[in-house]
Design a binder for this molecule. Sequence first.
Ligand SMILES: Cc1ncc(COP(=O)(O)O)c(C=O)c1O
Length: 456
Amino acid sequence: VVASVEAALASGGLSPGQRLPTVRDLAASLGLSPATVASAYRDLRSRGLVVGEGRRGTRVRDRPPLRFVAPVSAPPGTRDLASGNPDPALLPDLAAAARRAAARQAPGLEPAGPRRGARQGRPSGASLGHPPQPRPLPRLYGAPALLPELADLAREHLAADGIDPAHLAVVSGALDGVERALAAWLRPGDAVVVEDPGYAYIFDLLATMGLRGVPAAMDEEGLVPGALAHALAGGARAVIATPRAQNPTGAAWTATRASELAAVVSRFPDTLLIEDDHAGPVAGSAALTLGPRARWATVRSVSKSLGPDLRLALMAGDQTTISRVAGRQALGPGWVSHHLQEMVATLWSDPATQALLTRAETAYAEKRRALVAALGRQGIPSTGRSGLNVWVPVPAEHPVVAGLLERGWAVSPGERFRLASRPGVRVTVSTLQPQEADRLAADLSACLRAPPARSA
Ligand SMILES: Cc1ncc(COP(=O)(O)O)c(C=O)c1O
């Protein structure tokens, strides 16, 4: 049963959303016992391929984790405000960074021009009159997983934000870090508190790991303390929280909210706390933390600030979590490529990149503010204190998404980001020009006023 469902999913014979036969019907038609079919369905559920819906039966998950599924792209000719991506114009030139990183390893290869981000105290072969080194020695097995130079910079940045940097690992992005922290402590069947609305890939990841997402309500300052307390009281083993640039709502903790949430989690000392700081320095709000505690991890990705293709995040946490993560990683990918680590260290020590990050942070804040204000002038409430997204609660998502598409704007329906929360649409503002905000707000207002389409 499991193999045939999986094969049908892979071949397209079964589609996302499609219902499976009831246990009883399938058992009868295959001549199997209902217990056998029920056990097969359990197996499919625990791998995130299907979802049980109580009396309504079992259906294929919307995004079963079987192969890479490209996100739906904005139709040609529309403004893409749906992707969640940073603005390419506000990311550093990685090819140039790679050349500079290589030059740091082999000073003889240094490109012409002023040397930026040079490591202090490291003599340049060329400047000392030594013959240029043709290339650095290749790195082999056995090097420390975390490049010491990147570790030093990470310790400096994290400590400045009040995050304990005593134990560090480097992982392949925020989501990879979240998965590794969960895998360090949890077992299939365990419950995890998630933000609702929250990041769709976290929901999918939990389903794939056989973990149960327990929704906790959000407002524009992040998780609502009472909702978190209620969800934790149900016995969850972990909580995943986004301190800033919350996706999709653009929420960010205030200092007051962070201390209220800290008071809540302190009542559950064995619960693993994972902080997903996926936007880092371009979030446009302070880095706040509820840690350190017995089991915690803060993952700070460079995806939104330096580029998603670097696939790199730093993880700070307690000694056990970090050593489990690093130990397990050593048996799989081994480490995050030192070329990538060297590039991030190069960019982090480059004044021009620091200036670009400040520009990006300011630009994203201006775009969010312009849209929230323009929507406000139309009488439409929205949230967007931090990050790349503005969230607009709407009574029904699809008429608004379709209406905006007709008017040339692609935005995301909120349903992928919701468990029990109310409908909304997510507008990624990273490439929105502030002067476009009024037209978008007027178009959104027109969509909200349009009478609902009559069904046949
Ligand atoms: C809340 C959240 N977490 C994680 C990620 C993924 O980050 P990374 O590319 O570092 O895995 C995103 C991407 O948008 C996100 O919104």
